[in-house]
Design a protein around this ligand. Structure first.
Ligand code: HEC
Length: 115
C-alpha cells in the first residue's frame, strides 16, 4: 500500500519549489545570453568554447551589467578591438576565459544580425 507520509509530502513540495526557482532563474539568463544551441553558428564553431564563454558572460559580465542582453549595437570591429578587451580586463578574466567569452558574444551578435 502506498501512503504519503508528511515527510514525502514535504520532500515533493521542496522539490517543486526548487524546480520552480531553477526555471525562474534561468529565464532572464536565456534572454540576456541566448543558449549556444539557439544560435546560428558556423560549421566549424568550437561548441565547448562557446559554452564556456556563455558561462563567463553569465557570471562575470552580468556581475556589473545585470541580466543585460548581448547587444547588437556597434560594429564588430569595435567589439573585438575595443569593447571586449576592455571588458575582459574589467572582469579580471584569464586569457582563456577572455577568448571564450569574446567568441560567445560575437557568435550571439552574429545571430542577432550584427555586422
Ligand atoms: C567591473 C564592472 C564591469 C564588468 C565586470 C563588465 N563591465 Fe561592461 N561596462 C562597465 C562600465 C562601468 C561601462 C561603461 C564605461 C566603460 O565603457 O568603461 C561598461 C560598458 C560596457 C559596454 C558598452 C561599451 C561601448 O562602448 O559601447 C558593453 C557592451 C559592455 N560593457 C559589455 C561587457 C561584457 C560583455 C562584459 C563581460 C566580459 C562586461 N561588460 C563586464 C562595467 C563592467
Amino acid at each position: 500500500m502506498h501512503t504519503r507520509t508528511p515527510l514525502t509530502l514535504l520532500k515533493s513540495l521542496l522539490c517543486t519549489a526548487a524546480i520552480g526557482a531553477l526555471v525562474a532563474s534561468c529565464a532572464p539568463l536565456d534572454k540576456a545570453a541566448p543558449p549556444v544551441a539557439t544560435l546560428t553558428l558556423p560549421k566549424k564553431a568550437n561548441l565547448k568554447q562557446l559554452e564556456e564563454g556563455r558561462q563567463v558572460y553569465a557570471t562575470s559580465c552580468t556581475h556589473c551589467h545585470g541580466p543585460a542582453r548581448v547587444d547588437r549595437h556597434g560594429s564588430n570591429d569595435r567589439w573585438t578591438q575595443k569593447i571586449m578587451p576592455s571588458m575582459c580586463v574589467k572582469s579580471k578574466l584569464t586569457a582563456e576565459q577572455s577568448v571564450a567569452v569574446t567568441a560567445y558574444v560575437m557568435a550571439a551578435r552574429k545571430s542577432l544580425g550584427a555586422q
